[in-house]
Structures are given as structure tokens and as C-alpha cells.
Design a protein around this ligand. Sequence first.
Ligand SMILES: [Zn+2]
Length: 246
Amino acid sequence: MDGIKIGSWTKVVVLTGAGISAESGIRTFRDSGGLWENHRIEDVATPSAFARDPVLVWDFYRQRYHNALASEPNAGHSALADMERKLKDNFHIITQNVDGLHRRAGNKNVVEMHGRLDKCFCTICGKQHFISDIELDHELPYCTKCEGLLRPDIVWFGEIPHDLDIIDRLIRKCNLFIVVGTSGVVYPAAGFVMAAKFSGAKTIGINLEAPHNFQYFDKFYEGKAGDILPGLVAKWLEFTAVHTLN
Ligand SMILES: [Zn+2]
């Protein structure tokens, strides 16, 4: 495996970004020069946008929620679910995606650092609600406990990602860190591969083009996650079938 012993894939953390979701047909702001359904980031994905026009922001996320539900996990997601089935709690995904496709593919150890489209929380009491439990068709949804305004459980621009302490621990104890479908531009996630490498992990990148943090990868594969991951994981599973992982 070009300097990365396949038998050493025993504690694996995978960081995924928009690229793997794009292969399931999910779009992002970056696809169209910062515009999405004719909305600018600053009009729908910041705390001040929500304060200014919560109806517009909820319209936007309601549509994204339905789009995510209508999408299906692809072969890249499935390969990562296969890895978790084998490694169990020695396998974790950290994802920048909010569409829930990793969980739907079968992964359980998923840190959704930018939140999730299928949840929201109360701006007054903080209570979390599943979108499926609220009246999403109303112009604005309200908390069943305190009647406060609900907001999407999405980490907006200018907000701090979820679970950074958990992420830090995962990165430090893995021996293989795989980055899938991110351009290595958005921090803090763009810094994770460097942190993993400095903690002693081997690093693999998979993306349509070389990411900005290319120099921290021991091995880089240019292409789609759905084309590359299934082959890599199949080879690894074949190896684990006849060798003990060490
Ligand atoms: Zn409440």
C-alpha cells in the first residue's frame, strides 16, 4: 500500500466533506460560486440571517431536509459502513456533512461536527427536537416545551463546530486518518490531517482534485469516493480475512 501497511489499519478515523455527498446528488454553496438556489451564504447560513429573517432561513433548511431525505447513500458511504462493521469502536467518522447519509448507510460512530438537518433546537430552552416530530410545514416551528422559536441544528458560519473535544481525542488515538471529499480549505477541519500526522497516524486523501493541505497526506487518490473507497476497503477486508490486524 505504497508505504502504508494495510495490516496497520486498526484504529481508523475518516473525515468526510461535501465531495462524498455530492456523489449522492447533494449540492453545496461551493458548487455555484457561493450561491445556492439564488441564496447567498450570508442570507441563510449565519446567526444574523436567522435573526433577520427566520422564515427565509427555515424555508431554505426545510428544502435541504427534504432533499437529503430524497437522496441515497452511495458506494463510498457503504464502504465506510463496511469498515465500521469490521473495526467496531476502533472506527469513527467525523463529517462536515449534515445530510445524515453516513448513518443511513449503517455507520453508528459518526461525529456530525456541523450539525444535522434532521434535528433542531429551541432558541429559548435549548431542548432538541427531531424535525420529524415538529410541525415543519408551519411558517416557523416552535418548541413544544416552552413555545420558543426553534432553529435548525446546523453550525452556521461564525459558529463553533460541535464536539471539537471528542474530535481531538479521536485524531490523537487513530493510526490511520482518511480524508474524503474535502478541499482542505475550511478550518478547523482542514487542520485535522496535520494534527493526525503529527500524532503519528498515516494519512490518506481521496478527492476529485488535490486539496490545499496536500502536503500532509502520505498517499493521495484523485477521483470519486464512490470509485476509489470500495476497492481500497475490499482489499483491506480480503487482507483481514487471512491476517490478524496488528
Ligand atoms: Zn423550548
